[in-house]
Design a protein around this ligand. Structure first.
Ligand code: NAI
Length: 473
């Protein structure tokens, strides 16, 4: 029997968009997305969705209440489902063995236990969360250890490759869909769902462990490219080469390709998965492999600290008492997600150095910015952060009267600001640090800014014209 009823555990950045697209493309399938968070579900059912993604509003509006439902009624959703996606979070462990590296699988385990408790009929259980290799085995063990007579489970791995900021487009035009599993019947049923819009040749089926590892491998190799170009950006700054020119020249080699060669401030959503890969390699007694991937993470950290040190150095080695504007707080454009955002690192360092900050991001809520900056791992005194950080409603008010601007996220709107007006409203000398390489540096220099960016040396601003004293001849 074809799948008619899908339940998704986890209404986050993956569960929400993925199920919205499935509902949109499969009008004959009922899709119910559940979450433990009452607030999150209420937002999914409101006018303002809990996450920002281009096109997501349109897709949700089209399907919600027809064949797409958001609810906290986990029990009914699991009972009714033929197929259940597990799309819960798998953050890095913050305690115990593997702290700071291993993936914390407590939410995945919690989801598996909920299914085991509730299910009364056969289920295909699909692991969509990014997990360590062989996590499906744990899910299977939990389900079978709590099995009720007559209930059969088939476990599949179906990792998600969408990128935040382009999630809907990525889901609609996926390069590939990957399904790992051992039961060809269950695999076929999930294939049929995706075949509503993905050509069959782009649906890849593998064994479960290959599927789980492929997701970690893909993220590791993407992160490795970013770390590689970032490492070269340091060489560019030291030599006078321009990393954009180098990236272009290198990327035109068809073996290398031009995508994902953009040097920047560092920081990405890949960190937790690479940390997990490193941890797995260590557990498998493969220390050389672990060290290799660890270096990718280290280079990312180095890039963030190198950039922030550059900001402090340029501002005459002290930012104490200086007011600095941070443009952008999300980890990338077109999302409001701040997890692992480099802006947090930049803000923390500048606050530690005694600066006061004005922060503006088009999609990150003020409450989220304060939540990130007052997290115990970031600050000792939340009151101090509240006193020294101001969240602003636009880039002009954020930059007014400041000593420097730091561009932390590549939002398109930052490219088209009136920088002459901004320059006029700032303290002098006015500095701008383009951590994303999106601005017209020559223009900024003409206006009088001191400009620094990644992977390129820039000339000094043109000095103001000398005053001539023409009337005393
Ligand atoms: P998220 O944190 O946005 O959402 C996870 C949701 O699961 C939360 O709302 C949480 O309340 C809910 N949850 C936890 N336990 C639950 C349970 N037992 N029942 C129902 N809901 C439960 O996380 P996100 O970003 O959606 O990530 C989910 C997984 O997908 C992670 O493993 C992540 O690594 C992976 N992934 C994330 C991508 C991204 O761009 N965010 C891309 C590809 C994969």
């Amino acid at each position: 029997m074809a799948i008619k009823n899908i339940c998704c555990l986890g209404a986050g950045y993956v569960g929400g968009p993925t199920c919205s697209v499935i509902a949109w493309k499969c009008p004959d399938v009922k899709v119910t997305v559940v979450d433990l968070s009452v607030e999150r579900i209420a937002q999914w059912n409101s006018e303002k969705l809990p996450i920002y993604e281009p096109l997501l509003d349109d897709v949700v509006k089209e399907c919600r209440g027809k064949n797409l439902f958001f609810t906290n009624d986990v029990k009914s959703a699991i009972l009714d489902a033929d197929l259940i996606f597990i799309s819960v979070n798998t953050p890095t462990k913050t305690f115990g063995n593997g702290k700071g590296r291993a993936a914390d699988l407590k939410y995945v385990e919690g989801a598996a236990r909920m299914i085991a408790d509730i299910a009364q009929s056969d289920k295909i259980v699909v692991e969509k969360s990014t997990v360590p290799v062989r996590a499906a085995e744990s899910i299977q063990n939990i389900l079978y250890a709590n099995n009720k007579p007559g209930v059969t489970y088939h476990i599949l791995s179906n990792p998600e490759f969408l990128a935040e900021g382009t999630a809907i487009n990525d889901l609609l035009h996926a390069d590939r869909v990957l399904i790992g599993g051992e039961d060809s019947g269950a695999i076929e049923k999930l294939c049929k769902i995706y075949e509503h819009w993905i050509p069959r040749k782009n649906i890849l089926t593998t064994n479960t462990w290959s599927s789980e590892l492929s997701k970690l491998a893909a993220n590791a190799m993407l992160a490795q490219r970013v770390s590689s170009i970032n490492s070269l950006s340091a060489v560019c700054e030291a030599t006078g080469a321009d990393v954009s020119e180098v990236a272009r020249a290198v990327g035109l080699d068809s073996r290398i390709g031009s995508k994902f060669l953009q040097a920047s401030i560092g920081g990405s959503c890949f960190q937790k998965d690479i940390l997990d890969l490193v941890y797995i390699c260590e557990c498998l007694n493969l220390p050389e492999v672990a060290a290799y991937w660890q270096q990718v993470i280290d280079m990312n950290e180095y890039q963030k600290s190198r950039f922030t040190a550059k900001v402090v150095r340029a501002l005459f080695n002290t930012v104490s008492g200086k007011n600095i504007a941070l443009l952008g707080f999300a980890f990338k454009k077109n999302t409001g997600d701040t997890r692992e955002s480099p802006a947090i690192y930049v803000a923390k360092t500048l606050l530690d150095e005694g600066a006061t900050l004005n922060i503006y991001d088009p999609k990150v809520e003020e409450s989220q910015i304060f939540k990130d900056l007052t997290h115990p791992s970031i600050c000792e005194s939340p009151e101090q952060v509240r006193k020294t950080v101001k969240v602003c409603g636009d880039a002009y008010s954020a930059t007014k009267g400041t000593h420097a601007i730091v561009v932390c996220t590549e939002w398109d709107e930052f490219m088209v600001l009136d920088y002459k007006k901004i320059y006029d409203g700032m303290m002098k000398p006015a500095f701008i640090f383009d951590g994303r390489k999106i601005l017209d540096h020559e223009k900024l220099l003409e206006y009088g800014f001191h400009v620094q960016t990644i992977g390129k040396q820039l000339r000094k601003p043109t000095p103001p014209p000398r005053m001539t004293n023409n009337h005393h001849v």
